[in-house]
Ligand binder design. Structure first.
Ligand code: NAP
Length: 252
């Protein structure tokens, strides 16, 4: 394929859950994929193996997306091994045990904001520097994986996490306007209860099963349903969509 026709996507946090489903779907649609993980190498290698077994192209990069030097290193590795990135999915996101704000430590709050917000800002910056027409790029796409929590607030559970997703939503709105004339679209998905490992980190691995019946659609979501929306936002079919949000929360 000619270099100018290549589609190259960085999916942060793509060893498991929504990120893994997005990486696999992107490869099925012909993207070359940078799979990123921070701890679970075997999960990341499984995603790579699935992609390669269907003749897709991918690289696997271990990097903590909340650390500036590691973000820069990941994007430089993509430059060298795949080419100039054309799409970024800011998927990294972490949550901690359920707690009220009055019980949270400053370190916990800082960790959540760093992992969820700083990572998104740093990765978006690196992508804009490569995709932006004013930087010599050909334009591109960014999708931020936010959460229904940004609308609902997660009171009594994890308002630190909800606030971090609210910051991501503001970033989606602001950056979409800032880089529209640079040929870059910026959009967001806001999932609700999706079956992934993240709920174990909040101390409630059965969370989705327990709460699913309270939703209008009475079921939890599958990572692939979120991946489908992300890939649509990245596609030409969404060519006039920017600064937009797709809520995937079963009607909540
Ligand atoms: P998950 O199953 O817990 O997977 C998290 C992924 O992020 C893993 O691949 C993990 O890598 C990676 N990761 C975590 N911190 C990282 C860091 N600092 N640098 C690089 N990679 C890192 O999560 P998920 O449920 O798929 O969530 C994905 C996104 O969707 C998050 O932004 C989350 O907030 C959002 N979301 C999820 C739900 C839900 O119900 N699942 C609902 C709303 C929004 P390792 O494998 O190496 O640990």
């Amino acid at each position: 394929m000619k270099p100018e026709n290549k589609r190259i996507v960085v999916v942060t946090g793509s060893s498991r859950g929504i990120g893994a489903a997005t990486a696999i779907k992107a490869a099925e649609l012909g993207y070359e994929v940078c799979i990123n993980f921070v701890k679970n190498e075997s999960a990341a290698l499984n995603v790579a193996e699935r992609i390669r077994s269907h003749h897709g192209k991918c690289i696997v990069v271990k990097a903590d997306m909340s650390k500036e030097k590691e973000v820069i290193r990941l994007f430089e590795e993509v430059d060298k091994k795949l080419g100039t990135v054309t799409a970024l999915v800011n998927n990294v996101g972490v949550v901690r045990e359920k707690a009220r704000l009055s019980e949270m430590t400053g370190d916990r709050i800082s960790d959540i904001l760093t992992a969820n917000v700083l990572s998104c800002l740093l990765c978006s910056r690196e992508a804009v520097r490569r995709m932006g027409i004013s930087f010599g790029g050909n334009g591109g796409n960014i999708v931020n994986v936010s959460s229904a929590a940004s609308r609902l607030g997660a009171s009594g559970e994890y308002i630190d996490y909800a606030a971090s997703k609210g910051a991501m939503d503001t970033l989606t709105i602001g950056l979409s306007k800032e880089v529209a004339s640079d040929g870059i679209r910026v959009n967001s998905v806001r999932p609700g209860y999706i079956f992934t490992d993240i709920h174990a980190n909040s101390g409630d691995p059965e969370r989705v099963e327990k709460l699913a019946k309270s939703l209008p659609m009475q079921r939890g979501g599958d990572s692939r349903e979120v991946a489908d929306a992300i890939l649509w936002l990245l596609s030409e079919e969404a060519s006039y969509v920017t600064g937009s949000f797709i809520d995937l929360a079963g009607g909540r």
